[in-house]
Design a protein around this ligand. Structure first.
Ligand code: NDP
Ligand code: OXD
Length: 311
């Protein structure tokens, strides 16, 4: 019985080597050229598979996402029903995301955006000493595996941290807001807004004119979740009106970001190419292999996404 790998962006050879080191008897196949007998495919390891393609395997026992997000799977209306979709929860993926977000929060906190502008103008000038981090409030939309880790790291650096999630959360030192009623109160006192939500019908377009205008003037936005969370024109309007001070964007509605997109050259927008946290098979293969062992032992995999919630 075999695992089918399906991704345009991830290297099958690296995954094959890492999985074979943990499960030497695993039969590793690659879509579309090396599928073999479809009846032999028991597991899929996929990133943005071709819509409908996973229906071809009647003995599929699990679909493993190559990333933490599963929106790329649930948006397939022909995803085989009843087959568990497994999110990637991996220590390295979590650490890398935390590094990325902490970097940009510190960048804004220490006025490095303003110093970069002074350098462009050839101007040697000290700006006022920043307020201490306790007086800077960072708000994290999505207090799950990634958002929770980011929250703890920022608390450790002395920032004031708030989180917004679907259900209330208990993280020591983090003020928790939940649901529609909690959204504007959550936003209204932030210096930095970080988006780490899954993309679902409920969260699509959630960073928009209404929510951006609920932020205090001078706030920064860091979107590391999905491009679909952000209404791009609303962000540009808020920046150009001077309401927002800057934005760091790792994810976009269209990826790669089109070459004529205004984000590329906006002086207060940082663009990175969906790399806030890239899956590394050297650690992520542990999680996939452990779940295959569980399935082989007749146990359900861990980190199954809920199709009703979409994450
Ligand atoms: P989790 O499933 O662990 O956490 C999701 C969080 O979002 C939970 O706190 C959940 O609330 C909250 N949430 C979901 N729906 C809503 C809603 N409608 N309203 C309010 N809160 C909501 O996800 P992860 O932390 O593992 O990953 C988050 C996302 O990060 C991924 O889905 C992916 O899109 C993105 N990502 C981006 C990467 C990059 O490189 N740019 C890399 C990895 C991930 P509750 O706790 O109540 O369930
Ligand atoms: C993920 C991603 O979801 O890389 O893991 O976007």
């Amino acid at each position: 019985m075999a695992l089918l790998f399906s991704s345009k962006g991830d290297d099958p050879a690296r995954w094959r080597a890492q999985l074979k080191a943990r499960l030497p008897d695993l039969d590793f196949r690659v879509w579309p050229d090396d599928v073999g007998d479809p009846l032999e495919i028991e597991y899929a390891l996929a990133w943005r598979p071709k819509p409908g393609a996973l229906r071809a395997y009647p003995n599929l026992k699990a679909i493993f996402s190559l990333g933490a997000g599963v929106d790329h799977l649930f948006r397939d209306a022909d995803l085989p029903a009843g087959v568990p979709v497994v999110r990637l929860v991996d220590k390295a993926l979590t650490r890398n995301m935390t590094e990325y977000v902490v970097h940009w929060v510190l960048h804004y906190h220490r006025s490095f955006q303003a110093y970069a502008e002074l350098q462009r103008r050839g101007e040697w000038r000290a700006l006022p000493v920043p307020d201490p981090p306790e007086r800077k409030r960072v708000g994290i939309m999505g207090l799950g595996v990634l958002g929770g880790d980011v929250a703890r790291a920022l608390l450790g650096l002395g920032f004031t941290v708030a989180g917004w999630s679907r259900t209330p959360k208990q993280i020591d030192g983090v003020e928790s807001f939940a649901g529609d009623a909690g959204l504007v109160p959550f936003l209204s006192r932030l210096h930095n807004l970080v988006c780490l939500l899954p993309l679902t019908p409920e969260t699509e377009g959630i960073i928009n004119r209404r929510t951006l205008s609920a932020l205090p003037a001078g706030a920064f936005v860091i979107n590391v979740a999905r491009g679909g969370h952000l209404v791009e024109e609303d962000l540009l309007a808020a920046l150009d009106a001077g309401h927002l001070a800057g934005a760091t964007l790792d994810v976009f509605r269209t990826e790669p970001l089109p070459e004529d997109h205004p984000f590329w050259h906006h002086p207060r927008v940082v663009v990175t190419p969906h790399v806030a946290s890239q899956t590394d098979p050297r650690s992520a293969a542990d999680e996939v292999a452990a779940n295959i062992r569980r399935l082989r032992a007749g146990e359900p995999p861990i980190n199954i996404a809920d199709p009703a919630q979409g994450y």
